[in-house]
Write a protein that binds this ligand. Structure first.
Ligand code: ADP
Ligand code: ASP
Ligand code: MG
Length: 401
């Protein structure tokens, strides 16, 4: 008997009617003779609502307690879905992450799965049950509930599929992976296939259609992933290893991220030791730096700019203030209206000139860019947010995305 793992995201199970429709789809697959494991997210926006409740109590909630709170969202959905399946005549059981054997490290709110003891899930499948697992959560070796980071139900689903040696179907509110988020560029094209490598770049650069850790696990364990709409049978997108049936495009996708800010520290005395000290302090405090640039020395001083996640703003302010004790002349600017636009494509490895084309678009349309970084299959530009819409449109048109 073939085992399949299906995952339904928050908007796909946002109401009781949605849960009933999803139950019918699951039953259809069961009737076709499959063992079915279903991973679900919390209903609609309930994770956001739970986080907001915590913020009403305290500015910086204790992460262990936050995990305890937000993990309840998924528990609501597993029980309701399992009840619905039983009501429709199909034997089912709901399992929390812990009950499904999902063990993680103990980094609360961003835990990584370290192992899955799959015995229990297999036993229930062998009994003929539809197994409904809470996404996004696990348990650490102290016995505390952990969560896997926003969008983490994708990770639960792909990790279970890897352990069960099955394929993984991700059902959501869009009918597949597009070259550009359709909310950012409505003319973007749906992709029939995308390889793990490109999907991983896109996911880590802001394409929240798939959580990046889920793609990483999919790639590592060669899990075939299929992304499609939860409300129709319309063909979606396959995420798999690159093979010669797939077209190697110069640019496959474009991503947009508004989650970063740009920090510029001016007037640092020119000495490599000083730069090293600043970045060491940021690293020690777990500030996740992305793009970096440094000006040439003028009168013995340099300026350094870098981007970092917006939610580290208070920490960065504290740290840059503390740098003044050692470097009296420095001043710091923090710009929040920064957007990171990235283009991703395997074909970029062999085709030069992509960066030049995009610089031309920026110069002809007065789009101000601040920082640029490249890797073998990606180029990222930090631009002023006011230029975002035109940049997305013009780059997408240029590369036929
Ligand atoms: P779910 O709750 O099902 O996990 P998400 O909101 O996490 O759903 O992901 C689906 C959303 O991802 C879509 O509504 C879409 O706006 C966004 N998205 C971002 N990038 C892309 C892309 N390249 N292709 C399709 N959707 C994308
Ligand atoms: N409910 C969690 C979130 O909103 C996990 C998920 O939906 O994947 O991030
Ligand atoms: Mg998601």
């Amino acid at each position: 008997m073939t085992t399949i793992v299906q995952k339904y995201g928050g908007t796909s199970i946002g109401t009781i009617d949605n849960i009933k429709s999803v139950a019918k789809r699951i039953i259809k697959r069961k009737k076709q003779g499959n063992n079915v494991v279903v991973v679900v997210s919390a209903m609609g926006k309930s994770t956001d609502n739970l986080i907001n409740m915590a913020k009403e109590v305290t500015k910086e909630p204790c992460k262990r307690e936050l995990d305890m709170l937000v993990s309840t969202g998924e528990q609501v959905t597993i029980s309701l879905l399992s009840m619905t399946l039983k009501e429709m005549g199909y034997d089912s059981i709901s399992l929390t992450g812990f009950q499904a054997g999902i063990v993680t490290n103990d980094i609360h709110t961003k835990a990584k799965i370290s192992d899955i003891d799959i015995k229990k899930v297999n036993n229930y499948l062998n009994d003929g049950k539809i197994v409904v697992v809470a996404g996004f959560q696990g348990i650490n070796n102290k016995g505390d509930i952990t969560t896997l980071g926003r969008g983490g139900s994708d990770t639960t689903a792909v990790a279970l599929a890897a352990k069960l040696n099955s394929s993984c179907e991700i059902y959501t509110d869009v009918d597949g992976v597009y070259s550009v988020d359709p909310r950012q560029y409505p003319n973007s094209k749906k992709l029939d296939y995308i390889c793990y490598e490109e999907m991983l770049e896109m996911a880590s650069l802001g394409a929240n259609i798939m959580e990046s850790r889920a793609v990483e696990i999919g790639q590592k364990y060669c899990v075939p992933i299929y992304v499609a709409l939860s409300t129709s049978e319309k063909k979606g997108t396959y995420i798999k290893e690159f093979d010669n049936t797939m077209e190697e495009k110069v640019i496959t996708g474009l991503t947009v991220s508004d989650d970063d800010l740009m920090v510029t520290i001016n007037n640092i005395p020119y000495d490599n030791k000083n730069i090293s000290l600043i970045f060491q302090k940021l690293a020690e405090n777990s500030v996740n730096i992305d793009m970096i640039s440094q000006t040439a020395p003028t009168n013995g001083y340099i300026n350094v700019s870098f981007t970092a996640p917006e939610d580290s703003i208070n920490l960065i302010k504290r740290l840059t203030e503390s740098f003044k004790e050692k470097f009296k002349d420095i001043n710091t600017e923090i710009q929040k209206d920064i957007t990171k636009i990235s283009v991703v494509g395997l074909g970029m490895r062999d085709v030069p000139g992509v960066a030049a084309k995009i610089f031309k678009i920026f110069s002809e349309n007065n789009i101000e860019f601040k920082l640029v970084t490249t890797s073998e299959i990606r180029i990222s530009y930090a631009i002023n947010t006011e230029g975002k819409c035109s940049a997305v449109k013009l780059i997408s048109e240029e590369f036929n995305l």
